[in-house]
Write a protein that binds this ligand. Structure first.
Ligand code: S3P
Length: 453
């Protein structure tokens, strides 16, 4: 795989500090969607022939997926900024990897690739960084074993692990015990190699990028929605996937950071162009509008099956809200930044149904509660939620926040630093490169000062 990015040196922490900003102005384009980028590379690698991708996220997480595919015998080449070509080997065509596949910080990369490898008859070894090695993999291993795949793992189903692909994978019928697009996607990707129908029952709707992209590549996939919100996804196995062109929209989970800064810094008025607004991803926008935010979706359009819009965001007064547990899957990665916004809003915000946040890149419930509290915010950490007492004005700040190898914790507290009374420092900004390369430059372009310390 050839590309121009240099991996961050995780051994050397890069502290960053944000201080109070004047009004943010202007227009910016956030990097490509991380979820869609991983899927474009993997499904492109399983298709026959050439897939051309525009707008690929060139963050460390996605580059690790590209590197893993290269080790598995797929030709992955960078043609220019965000422009990539994948030469797919066809279903079942991956080669036994001669080395350990290292997914760095990426839960999505590791879990989806387990699905891809489940139906390939060779043994692969997989690892990741300290954060990923601490995350639970049993949720993916359990359904994949039902296909006939074998795993040898560390205690607690953790990485590093070995996957021994099934000789003749059998299709499964699986009901997801947690709302997780990663688990759903791993099962569907494994189901590609099995004959007959693989069925996934999803009690709560999670992001559907895998379903949309598999269809785009020619797979037959039926979705039946019931009145209680349950969805049954039926994939017809062993499809003829053919290389396709993909245009990756900007990541709404990255847009959330400049968007939050613009809502909070008085007098701000910005436009974020080309943001993916798949309805399974827009829970943050719904919540912010309930809080009184001025956010307009302009120029709505669709690209390769995904919905896209420009977001115009203006600063204004916000009030606390009660966010229902059912909304969690549509804004799962946005709770750290929502908690920061809630700390500046008027009144109490209650965030419910967040047990999953404890097993993200860090224990985000603890990281948010401890960080906000260090910045002078009154916050209560519940078993699966948070109660934040908004002060109707920015908090004191002036704290040093541990990043915990978590890009979104780093970016959330840097955004808080742009409005807090005193600057906020994060002890390590390097994990930001996993999902949002160019974050500080983009914020600086809008007028948000974040500096290396
Ligand atoms: C993702 C799904 C979510 C999300 C993650 C990306 C995906 O995880 O938190 O950042 O691309 O499928 P879960 O499916 O585990 O909730």
């Amino acid at each position: 795989m050839s590309h121009g990015a240099t991996p961050p040196d995780s051994a050397i922490p890069q502290p960053l500090r944000a201080r109070r900003a004047g009004a943010l102005k202007g227009e910016a384009r956030v990097p490509g969607d991380k979820s869609i980028s991983h899927r474009a590379l993997m499904i492109g690698g399983l298709a026959v022939g050439e897939t051309r991708i525009e707008g690929l996220l060139e963050g460390e997480d996605v580059l690790n997926t590209g590197r893993a595919l290269t080790v598995l015998g797929v030709e992955v080449a960078r043609l220019g900024p965000g422009a990539w070509r994948v030469h797919g080997v066809g279903l079942g065509g991956l080669a036994e990897p001669a080395d350990v596949l290292d997914f760095g910080n990426a839960g999505t990369g590791a879990r989806l690739m387990m699905g891809v490898l489940a139906g390939h008859r060779f043994t692969s070894f997989m690892t990741g960084d300290a954060s990923l090695r601490g995350r639970p993999m049993g949720r993916v291993i359990e359904p994949l074993r039902q296909f006939g795949t074998r795993f040898v793992c560390r205690e607690g189903n953790r990485l590093p692990l070995a996957i021994i692909g099934a000789e003749s994978p059998m299709p499964i019928n699986y009901r997801l015990p947690v709302a997780s697009a990663q688990v759903k996607s791993a099962v569907l990707l494994a189901g590609l190699s099995a004959p007959g129908h693989t069925i996934v029952v999803e009690p709560e709707p999670s992001r559907d990028h895998t379903e949309l992209m598999l269809r785009h590549f020619g797979a037959e996939l039926r979705v039946a929605a019931e009145s209680d919100g349950t969805r049954t996804i039926t994939l017809v196995g062993q499809p003829e996937l053919e290389g396709r062109d993909i245009v990756v929209p900007g990541d709404i989970s990255s847009a959330a950071f400049p968007l939050a800064a613009a809502l909070l810094v008085p007098g701000s008025d910005i436009r974020l162009t080309n943001v993916g607004v798949n309805p399974r991803r827009t829970g943050l926008i719904d919540t912010l509008i309930e809080m009184g935010a001025e956010i307009a979706l302009e120029n709505q359009r669709s690209a390769a099956g995904e919905q896209v819009a420009d977001l115009r965001v203006r600063a204004g007064r916000l009030r606390g809200v009660n966010v229902p547990a059912e909304r969690a899957p549509s804004m799962i990665d946005e709770y750290p930044i929502l908690a920061v916004i809630a700390a500046c809003a008027e009144g109490r915000t209650k965030l419910n149904g967040l047990a999953e946040l404890r097993v993200k890149e860090s224990d985000r419930l603890a990281a948010i509660a401890q960080g906000l509290s260090a910045c002078g915010v009154v916050v209560e950490e519940l078993k699966d939620g948070l109660i934040i007492e908004g002060q109707g004005r920015p908090p004191k700040g002036g704290a040093l926040i541990p990043t915990r190898l978590d890009h979104r914790i780093a970016m959330s507290f840097l955004v808080l630093g742009l409005v807090a009374e005193q600057p906020i420092t994060v002890d390590d900004g390097s994990p930001i490169a996993t999902s949002f390369p160019g974050f500080t430059a983009l914020m600086a372009g809008l007028g948000g000062p974040i500096d290396a310390v």
